[in-house]
Design a protein. Structure first.
Length: 469
């Protein structure tokens, strides 16, 4: 017991706080703490200006601490005592290591380590140390604080992972559906282009045939006129050399034929210009038209006295009995027509009209003619672009009438106006095929134009919602 007591008295002074072993070549630094020379040199190996004590963190100025010879002698004495009391020392050593082992002398994020000297709280004397149980309890609470946030993040990312997995599984089906839609759209577009080409070529062929007939008739008229001129020339030449009495006899007939001679009119060939215009099929073009779809209504104040506009301002019909109306300078008095309430002076617009089985009708765009009372505006004054059915024939009427050849009777007409481009196009609602287009220059506000003809069947403007979905 005496050896153990003596060894316990020396143990507190001869153990190095860094390696927890007996001091080897002991040195004492400025703050009074003792260390093995090699231990303190390793602690300060990467430092340049300030050299803190590993125990109390006191900054030392001298990097080369002095040797402690007296403490070295005490170490030698302790080693002698260890020979006789090694078993007691081993038990004490295990007890010391259990309660006072160092967790960390240098920690980048937390300098809280166990104090091997006093086992007190970190703020007891500026030592950045604490007991094992206290440090473990502190860090356990700190770690538990991360649990809920980590659980939430795990749940969120599991949900995101599941969503991404569902998106990946649905991607193939979505792409197949898109491919089918594109193939269908392009197929409809190709058929529409082919149909438009056939219609345009057919119109050109009909026009060529009509021009050939007119040219042939003109050539025949010229031939007949030349024969008449030659006969008259021969007769005049013969009579001019006759004697006086024979010359005067029958002179009135010859003179009358010479002065009343009428030349046949010269037929001027003018081929209609056919352009390549894509119709709005059930593809991207149809979506573009839907973008410019207008909710068009009828302006009852502009209606002809024989026209009756419905209460919802969507239909107009011809009535036999003339209505009594207040005089309106903007109303139609000669043509049985009515204008739309909307005015367009810029942009692109599209609307549709149901014509059904009506025997006659006209729809289009009106540029506000100078006088609606006149039955036929003068040349250059007709600011009206329409297509119409009259006497069984389809005609595009602008500055000059253009006969139309349609393979199928349209039950509805789509009207597309591009104000800046100066284009008005008409489409059949049967298959969205292109019928005709006008190119002009606009400077005034334009309005939709409707003429239901002189039968009681109404002409109906389609509502924009009819094509939604």
């Amino acid at each position: 017991m005496a050896v153990a007591a003596a060894l316990a008295g020396l143990q507190a002074n001869i153990n190095c706080p860094v390696c927890l072993d007996d001091l080897r070549d002991p040195v004492t630094i400025e703050c009074g703490h003792n260390f093995c020379r090699s231990c303190i040199q390793r602690s300060w190996a990467d430092l340049r200006d300030r050299f803190p004590c590993p125990v109390c963190r006191h900054p030392c100025q001298d990097r080369h601490p002095r040797s402690n010879v007296q403490l070295g002698r005490m170490v030698d004495i302790a080693r002698l005592l260890q020979v006789t009391g090694s078993q007691e020392r081993r038990e004490d050593r295990r007890l010391c290591e259990k309660h006072h082992r160092v967790l960390s002398l240098f920690c980048e994020e937390d300098l809280e380590v166990l104090c091997p000297l006093c086992a007190q709280a970190p703020d007891h004397q500026g030592h950045q140390v604490r007991p094992t149980e206290e440090a473990a309890s502190h860090h356990r609470r700190k770690l538990r604080g991360y649990l809920e946030a980590l659980r939430v993040q795990v749940a969120d990312f599991l949900e995101l992972e599941a969503a991404q997995d569902r998106s990946q599984r649905g991607l193939s089906a979505q792409l197949r559906r898109r491919r089918r839609e594109l193939a269908s759209g392009y197929d409809h577009l190709m058929r529409s282009v082919e149909h438009a080409q056939e219609v345009a070529l057919s119109r050109l062929a009909e026009e060529e045939k009509d021009i050939q007939l007119k040219l042939s008739a003109n050539i025949v008229a010229f031939s007949q006129h030349i024969c008449t001129l030659r006969g008259l020339l021969t007769e005049v030449a013969e009579r001019s050399v006759m004697a006086d009495v024979p010359l005067l006899a029958g002179l009135r007939s010859v003179v009358g034929r010479c002065e009343g001679l009428k030349s046949p009119a010269v037929y001027r060939v003018q081929v209609r210009r056919e352009g390549c215009r894509l119709p709005p099929q059930y593809s991207a073009l149809q979506k573009i038209i839907q973008t410019f779809r207008e909710e068009v209504t009828l302006d009852a104040e502009t209606a002809h006295p024989h026209l009756l506009v419905s209460e919802d301002k969507k239909s107009v019909a011809f009535v036999r009995r003339k209505r009594r109306l207040r005089r309106n300078p903007q109303g139609f008095m000669a043509d049985a027509a009515v204008l739309g309430a909307e005015r367009f002076d810029r942009g692109r617009h599209y609307w549709e009209v149901q014509v059904g089985d009506k025997p006659e009708w006209a729809v289009g765009v009106c540029g506000d003619p100078p006088c609606r009372k006149r039955k036929r505006p003068g040349a250059g004054q007709d600011r009206l672009w329409t297509i119409q059915l009259q006497d069984g024939d389809y005609v595009a009427r602008g500055s000059a009438p253009v006969p139309l050849v349609l393979k199928e009777k349209p039950r509805g007409i789509g009207v597309y106006l591009d104000y800046e481009l100066g284009q008005i196009s008409f489409y059949s609602l049967n298959d969205r095929s292109h019928i005709h287009s006008f190119l002009d220059r606009f400077s005034e506000a334009l309005k939709p134009y409707f003429c239901p003809g002189r039968d009681p069947e109404p002409l109906t403007v389609c509502a924009a919602r009819d094509d939604e979905g």
